[in-house]
Design a protein around this ligand. Sequence first.
Ligand code: PEP
Ligand code: MN
Length: 337
Amino acid sequence: MIIVLRPDATQKQVNHLVEKIKKLGLKPWVSRGVERTIVGVIGEEDVIRVQPLEVYPGVEKVLQILKPYKLASRDFKKEDSIVNVGGLKVGGKRLIVMAGPCSVENEKLLIDIAKKVKKAGATMLRGGAFKPRTSPYAFQGLGLQGLKYLAEAKKETGLKIVTELMDIRELDVILKYCDLIQIGARNMQNFNLLKEVGKTKKPVLLKRGMANTIKELLMSAEYILSEGNFNVILCERGIRTFEDATRFTLDVAAIPVIKNLSHLPVIIDPSHATGKWGLVGPCAKAGIAAGADGLIIEVHPKPEEAFSDGEQSLIPSNFEKLMKELKKVAVSVGRSI
Ligand code: PEP
Ligand code: MN
């Protein structure tokens, strides 16, 4: 349920309403927009349906939200959300580009990549220290050591760090080293993990599961928001279809669909979506043209020697070239990089 307040509602009236909702054993979430305040009500709504909330002072209307996600919906917040990642704003006019290797491999290589992607215009460094691999025999990541290398790269370049959290037991250490917690496609519906990151204030990059609908992605975001963490960025990273020319199928339409349904920022991952470095550029451009708020791209100087995902990694010079092209696409849709 969403309670829309009148434009002239006073703080006292908002507080009064919030107290009433709490007394009924429900959770109120207040969203202050430019024009008006909206109160989202979470919990067993049957209790409140019988209360005549329309008569409360300051209340304009009460809306029953039929969508299963509420806090993530546009009904709850009309304006686009801007997520602050260590001072970088994701969701504003300026697009955010996160780039780096699939896996953190060693300190020297990571710092070298970090410097190159920064020079090309990236503002965040990606790199997995805990890797979700299909095979248990494949490289599983450097773990804590990898996080320490990411911290060194941050010190050297000032780039913000995005890295994946796979297990609740690693939450504290990931919180210490990253600016943005990545929840990978394979964990999009790990609800306990979502609840735990929801209890923190750290920004979260929630990737769409490869076999999940947009609605399910938004429900997963709702898990994080309903715990109190509104700093969620969504990521379209390709879904499974019958098409096997690409690793996954980039669902470009997901971007405008999500933008209509939700206020949360959306970025795209053309690397995992295609699995082929030659397709990363065209899909990155399509994503920006469709309204994405940023990109996450894999970059490696020697893709043939990469510990993971070499086939889809751009070499730094190609990344630099692509960034120049992306700037033009961004400008054509009223954005900048
Ligand atoms: C990644 O970004 O390294 C990754 C494993 O992505 P996804 O979860 O989308 O497969
Ligand atoms: Mn990868």
